[in-house]
Write a protein that binds this ligand. Structure first.
Ligand code: ADP
Ligand code: ASP
Ligand code: MG
Length: 475
């Protein structure tokens, strides 16, 4: 790992769910922190819940809301066992083991009460779901901090509800950076000065009144970025279960390779268009603060992984570096020959969509101005069509708008690479590769930052299309 360790200030390391998921993983984490400790004077660890735990917590919440509490006891038992397995493996001191064990029990009791409250109400509100979902991280950091202490690294578990201040947008809360900065200064800085490694929950925060929130699924990466920005850290290392950012999701394209260097804009585009390896909001606070970012493999720590850098002419070379897929989408089209005469039709369309609380990942450039076409998550399409039919009821009656309709399920395939816009023929190669495999392109959109081109294809063309585009990659 020594190859990564050249700067000497403050390092934020984030470990994802699989990285803290079992005994083998946590052993790697201890080794990684231990080695980094020898070169970095100050260090913060951000941790996710144990793999699968957040999903388990939310699934139970939905079940009890439906009146089914048959699995509550076995789930509590299962969560107890997952955490105790790590405690017994890594914490030898009886007293410490008991103290942390009691804290886990207290959190599990709280969880049981929350599930019970949801059961009584028969409804899981976003606020209640956030209180439930954050329990995984609260448990994991306690176990991890105890394991680090046992390994001779002074560490302290901290709930980010004490530090990351957010608005009340439950399930995808937005941080208040100024308020967070104050908490970081009063709560984290003194600990760092004392040589303690704070082990902070990813994913969660709290409103100014202290109501727990979450930053959205996969949000621990974002937590690391927020804390790093507030701390003016030198680097953020995201430790996950693959060798960095790859040319495609290795679960879909097994021969995908690591991309050794890519720009902030490239990685932001990749994350936005479905590469789960980084939460899409991670990049912004890091760019703004000029912090270096690496993505590394907990299970293969000597692999150099990926380095994310600012735009550099040497890598703005127009090659396609990666391809991603966003699944389970449908295309909504508003069309009619009289649309040109309808004032503000685009603005009204997207305002009506926004009112449904849906975000639109892609708007396609229509060849004529007689239609507007955009992608939405498949399960929201019917609701959106209904909202638009209502918005344009008059225009539909007058036949200015002929119809509003949603396609069958589609996927958005996106090719990413800086400088593509300067290279003639990239779009041609993309279409050629798909055409050669008989994949029909239903719609196309160029990313706003011009480092990507997105193509909408039928859901059943996912594998063939992805593979054809992956064949164009040169890194
Ligand atoms: P963590 O729990 O560490 O946050 P995630 O499961 O959220 O891990 O993200 C890592 C996963 O992202 C990988 O296991 C991989 O399957 C998936 N992934 C999707 N696209 C990419 C990509 N382009 N490069 C690397 N991993 C990707
Ligand atoms: N544990 C949370 C989730 O599963 C956050 C994360 O893993 O980043 O969504
Ligand atoms: Mg993740």
């Amino acid at each position: 790992m020594s190859v990564h360790t050249h700067s000497r200030g403050l390092l934020v390391m984030k470990f994802g769910g699989t990285s803290v998921g079992d005994v083998t993983a946590v052993q790697h984490v201890l080794n990684i922190v231990h080695e980094a400790r020898t070169t970095w004077p100050a260090m913060v660890v951000v941790a996710s819940a144990l793999s699968g735990v957040t999903e388990t917590l939310l699934t139970q919440a939905y079940k009890v809301a439906q009146g089914d509490d048959s699995e509550v006891e076995t789930t509590l038992q299962y969560l107890h066992e997952r955490h105790h397995q790590l405690l017994t493996a890594f914490v030898s001191d009886r007293k410490m083991q008991q103290a942390v064990g009691e804290e886990i029990e207290r959190l599990l009791q709280r969880l049981a009460s929350l599930w019970q409250a949801i059961a009584v109400l028969g409804e899981a509100s976003p606020r209640a779901l956030d209180a439930v979902a954050g329990m995984g991280e609260r448990m994991s950091v306690r176990v991890l901090a105890a394991a680090l202490n046992t390994a001779g690294i002074r560490a302290e578990a901290i709930d980010a509800t004490e530090i990351i201040v957010t608005d009340r947008q439950f399930q995808s809360a937005h941080p208040d950076m100024a308020a967070t900065q104050l908490k970081v200064n009063t709560l984290l800085r003194p600990r760092l000065a004392d040589g303690i490694v704070p082990v902070i929950t990813g994913y969660i925060g709290a409103t100014p009144e202290g109501i727990p929130t979450t930053l959205g699924r996969g949000g621990s990466d974002y937590s690391a970025a927020i804390l790093a920005a507030a701390l003016h850290a030198d680097e953020v290392w995201i430790w996950t279960d693959v060798n960095g950012v790859m040319t495609a999701d290795p679960r879909l394209i097994p021969e995908a390779q690591t991309i050794p260097r890519l720009t902030y804009r490239e990685v932001a585009e990749l994350a936005y268009f479905g590469a789960k390896v980084l939460h899409p909001k991670t990049i912004r606070p890091i760019i703004e603060a000029g912090i270096r970012l690496r993505v590394l493999n907990t299970f293969n720590p000597s692999h150099p992984g990926s380095e994310i850098v600012g735009d550099e002419p040497s890598i703005l070379d127009g090659v396609i570096k990666a391809v991603t897929a966003v699944r389970h989408q449908r295309l909504v089209t508003v069309e009619g020959r009289g649309m040109l005469g309808v004032p503000g039709v685009a603005a009204r369309t997207f305002t009506a969509v926004a009112r449904t609380g849906t975000s639109v990942p892609l708007i396609s450039q229509a060849s004529s101005e007689q239609s507007i076409c955009f992608a939405v998550p498949a399960d929201t399409a019917d609701k959106i069509v209904a909202a638009l039919e209502q918005e344009f009821a008059k225009e539909i009656e007058r036949r200015d708008i002929d119809r509003v309709w949603a396609s069958d399920e589609v996927v958005i395939l996106t090719v990413v690479g800086s400088g593509m816009q300067h290279i003639p023929g990239v779009a041609g190669r993309v279409f050629g590769a798909l055409g050669a495999q008989g994949v029909n392109v239903i719609a196309i959109a160029q990313g706003s930052s011009e480092v990507s081109i997105s193509l909408v294809v039928k859901a059943e063309d996912l594998q063939v299309g992805l593979r054809a585009l992956h064949g164009l990659i040169r890194i």
